[in-house]
Write a protein that binds this ligand. Structure first.
Ligand SMILES: [Zn+2]
Length: 254
């Protein structure tokens, strides 16, 4: 495998320096230990994960109340604080602080999430893996299985690395909770704030239908608003998440 080391992000350089050349080589606990942090899994009250520092050593505690993909992201998030935020004290990070969907703001938690996303799904491994695959949830599920990542983190990565215009959106019954677009997405298109009643996602949000839909082609104005939106077609695929929100990957078709 050949890469241009100078073009890697800081978390990718860390992985490369630890000998990571394939997804199964990413051992976050070993990397934490290598950087002087011990990892423990235990019940936590009032936060999802915690970093306690003592000079050159640290203990990262990860709450055991959540599923594996989430615990893994929490560990990567605290590892990011330990490596990047030297001038800060200890951290108690809540469920709302930790998540791949919160990685674009200019604050310390968003930076830790962006760093964590690269530790779990590094671009230098994801890009060759993505080669030629469509931007949909089937691809995100396969990516998550290959890299031991959550479906949400995988869906965001698939959208961000897709060459075609795509976005990932998350709704509950009443509103849009968050969304992320890629660079190819037209700047004058907006994600609708509510689920359209004719979408499979709408049925899922109200407790009907399957857990994950097949990719379907439909009018873009069910999801998006923008110039000539009624003429355009999107491919969409939705899944019901454990917290009852509905995650959808949308690709604009040419
Ligand atoms: Zn944090």
């Amino acid at each position: 495998m050949t890469i241009d080391f100078n073009r890697l992000s800081a978390p990718e350089k860390l992985l490369w320096g630890c000998g990571v050349r394939a997804p199964e080589h990413i051992d976050l606990e070993a990397i934490a230990n290598y950087r002087g942090a011990q990892v423990v899994y235990r019940r936590l009250d009032g936060c999802a994960a915690r970093l306690v520092k003592c000079r050159e050593r640290a203990v990262i505690s990860v709450g055991i109340g959540s599923y594996e993909g989430r615990q893994r992201f929490s560990l990567a998030h605290e590892l990011a604080h330990w490596i990047c935020d030297h001038d800060q004290g200890s951290f108690n990070c809540g469920q709302e602080d930790i998540g791949p969907q919160n990685a674009e703001a200019k604050n310390i938690e968003a930076h830790a999430n962006a760093y964590a996303s690269q530790l779990i799904l590094p671009n230098f491994l994801v890009e060759p893996w993505m080669n030629g695959r469509r931007a949909n949830l089937d691809t995100a599920r396969a990516l998550g299985a290959a890299f031991n990542a959550s479906l949400t983190a995988s869906a965001i990565k698939v959208v961000k690395r897709a060459s075609t215009a795509a976005c990932v959106v998350c709704h509950n019954q009443s509103k849009l909770l968050w969304f992320q677009k890629n660079l190819a997405f037209p700047y004058d298109f907006y994600v609708r704030r509510e689920l359209h009643q004719d979408t499979t996602a709408f049925s899922m949000a109200f407790g009907q239908g399957v857990q994950i839909s097949r990719p379907v082609k439909e009018a873009s104005n069910r999801w998006l608003s923008g110039p000539d939106d009624y003429r355009l077609v999107v491919e969409s695929q939705s899944v019901k998440l454990p917290d009852d929100a509905v995650l959808t990957v949308i690709s604009l078709l040419k």
